[in-house]
Ligand binder design. Structure first.
Ligand code: HEC
Length: 197
């Protein structure tokens, strides 16, 4: 066995002919191992004992808070500048507005704007004012008491501008099926002969 190069490393036991070699670990590996121990000690001291650094959960909360502040500032800016905005005529913006409309607004205002639960958006009668800024405000804040949702929690200011610009283009359009009548012209009695007359 003396000419076996592995011999000096062989440990002095054997089980069913299986022997164990005592290989030396490479130096770089050992140093890396020491480094991880040092790192763990530093980590424990820095984050848990001294509390000098923020842990993940705290970092998350801080970033979310910062994000909320940025969002609130953007929303505040949009809200206060709403009256100065004008409808966009950009084809890309209008296409975006149309897709928002189809997805979120058509169920109540009908695909062509003729009105269902919500009022007709193609006629000259407006409950909440007819200017572009009026529309922005109604979409932004909604009229929750009357069934129009507050969209500021769902849509971004840019999407609200896009959809408001889109519905602006629906004004005065000729509808294939007659739209909903203005609120002040709603029939108070069911149409047709009534047995009570
Ligand atoms: C759940 C049904 C519903 C949905 C969805 C809805 N609306 Fe409305 N909307 C209404 C109702 C009801 C009113 C009437 C509010 C009132 O009487 O003041 C209204 C009013 C409006 C008005 C004002 C009309 C006027 O005569 O003053 C605009 C503009 C409007 N909606 C746009 C939108 C847009 C844009 C969307 C999609 C982002 C949308 N609505 C989604 C129900 C809805």
């Amino acid at each position: 066995m003396s000419n076996d190069p592995k011999e000096p490393l062989l440990l002095d036991h054997e089980y069913d002919g299986i022997q164990e070699l005592d290989n030396k670990l490479p130096r770089w590996w050992v140093w890396l191992f020491y480094f991880t121990i040092l790192f763990a000690a530093f980590y424990l001291l820095y984050y848990h004992v001294l509390g000098a650094g923020k842990l993940q959960a705290a970092e998350y909360t801080a970033e979310m808070k910062q994000g909320e502040a940025v969002k609130a500032a953007a929303m505040g800016k949009f809200e206060s500048g709403m009256t100065t905005l004008t409808p966009s005529t950009d084809a890309v913006v209008l296409a975006q507005g149309q897709s928002v409309y189809t997805k979120f607004c058509a169920p109540c205002h009908r695909a062509d704007g003729g009105g269902l639960v919500g009022p007709n958006l193609t006629d000259d009668y407006w409950i909440n004012g007819s200017t572009y800024a009026n529309s922005l405000k109604v979409i932004w804040d909604g009229v929750p008491a009357k069934g129009m949702i507050t969209w500021k929690a769902v849509l971004k200011p840019a999407e609200i501008q896009a959809v408001a610009s889109y519905i602006y283009t629906l004004r005065g359009t000729k509808l294939a099926t007659p739209g909903k009548l203005p609120e002040n012209q709603q029939p108070t009695k069911p149409a047709g002969p009534s047995t009570f007359e």
